[in-house]
Design a protein around this ligand. Structure first.
Ligand code: CAA
Length: 380
């Protein structure tokens, strides 16, 4: 066993940390207040090679491993989870899905600009009536010979109005259930494709979350990903990796809250001494550090399994389940340590607490992770 990070991995972590602390931090409160998408910051993230980190350099990616990816996700998420969700969806769901299951033509046309960050991608599975129950797709894509006719609505889509390339999951044959589902590449600007309402959210308010509407969109046959009927498995396999990214995001939110709480506890005095010298606070910090470190070990193990060609469905689900609950619990504690200051925006911890909640919901709720984990354990 080796817990040591390589020089390359440490360099990626440091570059992400510098970017988060020196570029992202300054405007994060304003972006959250104004629900402003971090357009310029995402452009810079692309220039750093962080929008297609794991993609093969022959497609314009960074050729890095999943450990490097989770290290970068943690550092970015310590400061701005609205930036890291955009990065996670582009890397884990869109680029990975296209690189692993797309054909050469699709990779050249769509993956190359996504991997460099020149374009942004979105992953469209959830619907008004199909969130956790992902096989109940109402969006249909009817085979019309040389094209499919796509109709339906997708909900809560990250990068909804800023993406150029959308992977859309749709039912092509209802009688076949999940075996009659396909994944399609949809381009911004295709006739009949409309970006709907923007969500006004509790957290990750800088991220761009929209409803998408498809009315008789003609999708060329060559835009289907994989064999006919592969769409549900495509979504499940892609989400397995996505969950490692979100677990790393949750870890970063928790670690960011901890860093702020530790620093504050050394500055703030009460009853004649810095508050960390009171056992009530010191023990909270001990619990925080233990939970954050456990989450980090789980995230790194899942990433390591992915890098080593092992099955990571279970470890990714466990890492997301655990890290997201640590993010929620420990950011509440970080606010508590800050007392009244924790309740005001200037001190950052209330935003981390609001941002933490979504990590228990998207890319599979905590309850869905328990389904995946329990089925794996029970062999059911
Ligand atoms: N890899 C490959 N295949 C898989 C798989 C995986 N990880 N998981 C399931 N499958 C296959 C099964 O083997 C089965 O195929 P066969 O019939 O050929 O054996 C098929 O998929 C159906 O599987 P299930 O019977 O297990 O399906 P289910 O209806 O019980 O659902 C579920 C399983 C795990 C609950 C799934 O529905 C699920 O993950 N739901 C949550 C969806 C989700 O995560 N949504 C997030 C939206 S995306 C998002 O949030 C992105 C964003 O913008 C941030």
């Amino acid at each position: 066993m080796n817990f040591e990070l390589s020089e390359e991995q440490l360099a990626v972590r440091d570059a992400a940390r510098d970017f988060a602390q020196n570029v992202l931090k300054e405007g994060v409160i304003a972006r959250d207040n104004e629900q402003r998408f971090p357009k310029e910051e995402i452009k810079q993230l692309g220039e750093l090679g962080f929008m297609g980190m794991m993609v093969d350099p022959k497609y314009g990616g960074g050729g890095m491993d999943t450990i490097s990816y989770v290290l970068a996700m943690e550092e970015i998420s310590k400061v701005d989870a609205s930036v890291s969700v955009c990065m996670s969806v582009n890397n884990s769901l869109v680029c990975w899905g296209l690189e692993t299951f797309g054909n050469e033509e699709q990779k050249q046309k769509y993956l190359v600009p996504l991997a460099s960050g020149e374009k942004i991608g979105a992953f469209c599975l959830s619907e008004p009536e199909a969130g956790s129950d992902a096989t109940s797709q109402r969006t249909t894509a009817i085979d019309k010979g040389d094209h499919y006719l796509l109709n339906g609505t997708k909900n809560w889509i990250t990068n909804g109005s800023t993406a150029s390339t959308y992977i859309v999951i749709a039912q092509t044959d209802a009688e076949k259930g999940h075996k009659g589902i396909n994944a399609f590449i949809i381009e911004r600007g295709m006739e009949g494709f409309e970006v709907g309402a923007k969500e006004d959210k509790l957290g990750i308010r800088g991220s761009d979350t929209h409803t998408l509407l498809f009315t008789d969109v003609k999708v060329p046959k060559e835009n289907r990903i994989g064999e006919d009927g592969f769409g549900f498995k495509f979504a499940m396999k892609t989400l397995s990796g996505g969950r490692i990214g979100i677990a790393a995001q949750a870890l970063g939110i928790a670690a960011g809250g901890m860093d702020l709480a530790v620093a504050y506890s050394k500055e703030r005095k009460a009853f004649g001494k810095e508050i960390h010298k009171h056992q009530a606070i010191a023990f909270k910090i001990a619990d925080m550090a233990t939970a954050v470190e456990t989450a980090r070990l789980m995230v790194h193990k899942a990433a390591w399994e992915k890098d080593n060609g092992l099955n990571y469905d279970q470890s990714g689900a466990m890492a997301k389940l655990y890290a997201s609950s640590v993010a929620m619990e420990q950011t509440v504690e970080a606010v508590q340590i800050h007392g009244g200051y924790g309740f005001v925006k200037e001190y950052h911890v209330e935003r981390l607490m609001r941002d933490a909640k979504i990590t228990q919901i998207y890319e599979g709720t905590s309850e869905i992770q328990k389904i995946v984990i329990s089925r794996g354990v029970l062999g059911a």
